[in-house]
Design a protein around this ligand. Structure first.
Ligand code: FRU
Length: 496
């Protein structure tokens, strides 16, 4: 039998995947989220509608369930919910991407799919010198499956007029089109080590000019801005970023890294984005590096990485690691950006387990909702109670609880893990005195995504129950809670 490193040498990435995917233990493997067939994934990449299909790529290392020299895995879908696996699209094979094809984006032009990504090269760290070279490279596909890297690569290098910090962070290009021209935002760091986004302009995707620093960090906004996106939704604009190094502020920014939006207006003349402050996109434990794209019917969609750097990832023992979120939509509501689930997700619904109206004064569990994957929808009236706790448990060794306090409007997500022996909390805020709660929860083997009041608040988390027996317990706090429209949907698998 050949060893893994021999296989890695002898086989193409796709041959290696085919030879090894049956070794994956699927106990925590998602059924309706995109995850690696074997090995590791991080950021969503290249999310685009092209050739009549959605394309999603992601940062991928097939050979071990941990981060390594980055490849791009590829999946496609006609309806945004049923997906098909495609061959690995990119892997390091040129001097400019020798140590990884890092994050980037996709766009259709003249019937071809273009990918703009970061070529990453590691240098031996010496004092006073950068430890990496990061440049932006282009790859093109005629059939939407096989990609050829441009002979002009790298097509974007760090502009001489821009100085970066010692580490030369310069990555994650996200491209969009405006008035017949192409623009790309790239994440970077200033010489005094705060995050910034640079914007570049092109007529043809191959020849790029540096336009300006589009935005940069002030105060506690981080030392590096990863994965910038320019998003357009409902006639509004936002810069979406994943800043590293934002320090906790009370109940905010408790994760290692954050993903935020800033609402504003792009001035295409100057290349400056005039914007407001940070808004947290997802208040849970596990959400990073989201990427957006436009649908043919004019909506803006977003998929994120449903994981967090340096967190415990028990599925690594099973031969795979990490997954994407479900697709979400961006909308402007009550002067805010909100992110409800994409409407297409309703097409995954199969059997519906409906619960008649319930008046609860004590802990109630609904036997018909004990599935390890599915979607819970319910409306709660809190007028006669002080709040509500919704517990997702499995044999009570691992529990995730969503608690809503009526008077303060505080929402707390509590995660108790038997494996780590830890109890952790994350927070979000509803209006004080909230009396009505509409909940949609996507539960998928080792993840939970909570959408409160149609995406006003979203909280995502990984969760590793030991048993397949799931129980959802509803616990009114000091009083009576009325539940209406309670239904648990079994959901279809997204891969055939
Ligand atoms: C964000 C990130 C990107 C980078 C990629 C490498 O999670 O650090 O900035 O391109 O991951 O895999």
């Amino acid at each position: 039998m050949s060893t893994m490193s021999e296989e890695k040498e002898q086989l193409t990435p796709d041959e290696f995947i085919a030879a090894n995917e049956s070794k994956v233990n699927k106990r925590w493997y998602p059924r309706f989220h995109i995850a690696p067939r074997v090995g590791w994934c991080n950021d969503p990449n290249g999310f685009a509608y092209a050739g009549g299909k959605y394309h999603l790529f992601y940062q991928y290392y097939p050979y071990e369930p941990k981060w390594g020299p980055m490849h791009w895995a590829h999946v496609t879908s006609k309806d945004l919910v049923h997906w098909e696996r495609q061959p690995v699209a990119l892997f390091p094979d040129h001097p400019y991407d020798a140590d990884g094809c890092f994050s980037g984006s996709g766009i259709e032009k003249d019937g071809k799919l273009y990918l703009l990504y970061t070529g990453h090269v590691d240098l031996l760290k010496k004092p006073g010198q950068p430890d990496r070279i990061e440049t932006q490279a282009l790859a093109v596909s005629v059939d939407g499956v096989h990609f050829e890297k441009s002979e002009k690569n790298p097509v974007i290098t760090l502009p001489e007029s821009v100085s970066t910090g010692e580490d030369h962070h310069f990555r994650d290009p996200k491209v969009w089109q405006h008035n017949g021209r192409y623009y790309a935002v790239v994440g970077a760091q200033t010489a005094d080590e705060v995050g910034q986004v640079l914007v570049f302009e092109s007529e043809n995707l191959e020849d790029w000019q540096f336009k300006h620093v589009m935005a940069k960090a002030h105060g506690n906004q981080g030392f590096m801005w990863e994965c910038p996106n320019f998003a357009e939704f409902d006639g509004h604009e936002a810069l979406i970023l994943s800043p590293q190094g934002v320090k906790p502020e009370g109940q905010r920014y408790l994760n290692l890294h954050q993903s935020v939006s800033m609402l504003g207006k792009m001035d295409y003349e100057s290349g400056i984005f005039y914007h407001d402050a940070f808004h947290i996109l997802d208040h849970g434990f596990d959400f990073y590096a989201p990427q957006v794209t436009q649908t043919p019917d004019g909506r803006c969609l977003m998929i994120g990485w449903l994981a967090m750097w340096e967190s415990a990832m028990p599925e690594q023992a099973d031969g795979w690691a990490c997954q994407m979120t479900v697709p979400r939509e961006l909308h402007y509501r009550k002067d805010r950006l909100v992110t409800p689930p994409a409407k297409e997700l309703m097409a995954l619904r199969k059997a519906a387990h409906t619960t008649p109206e319930l008046v609860m004064t004590e802990e109630t569990s609904i036997a018909d909702w004990s599935y390890e994957t599915g979607e819970l929808c319910a409306d709660f009236d809190l007028t006669e109670a002080e709040g509500l706790a919704v517990h997702f448990t499995a044999g009570f060794d691992d529990t995730v609880s969503l608690m809503v306090e009526k008077q303060s409007g505080l929402v707390t997500l509590v995660r108790k893990s038997a494996a780590t022996g830890r109890k952790e909390e994350r927070y979000a805020q509803l209006p004080a005195g909230v009396t009505h709660l509409s909940l949609r929860v996507f539960e998928d083997r080792s993840s939970l995504e909570f959408f409160i009041n149609d995406g006003d608040i979203v909280m995502s988390t990984r969760f590793y129950p030991k048993t397949e027996e799931r129980v959802i317990v509803l616990e009114p706090q000091e009083g009576t809670v009325h539940m209406t429209d309670g239904v648990f949907y079994e959901l279809d698998d997204i891969f055939a």
